[in-house]
Design a binder for this molecule. Sequence first.
Ligand code: ADP
Ligand code: MG
Length: 246
Amino acid sequence: MSAENDTPRLETRNLVRHFDGRRVVDDVSLSIRAGQVTCLLGPSGCGKSTTLRMIAGVEMQDSGEIWVDGKLVCDTIFRVPPERREIGLMFQDFALFPHLSVADNVAFGLRQGSKAEKRARVEELLTRVHLIGHIDDYPHQLSGGEQQRVALARALAPRPKIMLMDEPFSGLDNRLRDGIRDETLALLKEENTAVLLVTHEPEEAMRMADEIALMRAGRIVQRGAPYNVYTRPADLAAVAFFSDTN
Ligand code: ADP
Ligand code: MG
């Protein structure tokens, strides 16, 4: 493996964030490689979204560093703006642009390339998420699951180095969720993206993660392959978390 491939796509070093004097994110260090899915898993309020928002660049850390592809993008003095971090985002309320067609939604973030190249990328992704037949439809004509797949295609269109996903499937019907999880995972792997997926559901982390980072009260208390974290929880609180929410 070359030295370049060895460089993590995303690295956070000792991220800290306070709100109202409370340490909401407490010394969070993560490292994610291309093609790897890391799930930041923990109960509601433990600091997952705040961590993700700092990486996205929409929230400032009090201390710590964020590196993308071996380059510093943010510390306490230096800050690359969110739109220049080559990061794709997907949230629960995925909010497609209602006045734009499916094709234009997916093309929205494509700044480089000719018109034909952009069109080819849009068609490639819509084919991949099985929505090519809806290319000229508008979001209101699609189901929730279909809209979510368009949102995924839109986020991946510019080939982001990193995908940040915050509970992206929690708005979906139970019956749809597993299928969309599997489809999403397959596409993320094909695109070789580094993924940080935030969830409070152990089941989702078990299904999607290469690595789980278990978070509690702002800290990462355990990390490892899903099977290892699940079968050998670090402490009683981790045992309780896995059994409570299942
Ligand atoms: P999670 O995503 O794990 O549910 P969050 O990162 O959203 O957790 O929130 C962690 C803690 O920080 C919570 O107690 C939340 O109330 C608090 N918090 C988050 N954002 C703010 C804010 N802008 N102002 C004050 N407190 C906040
Ligand atoms: Mg959250």
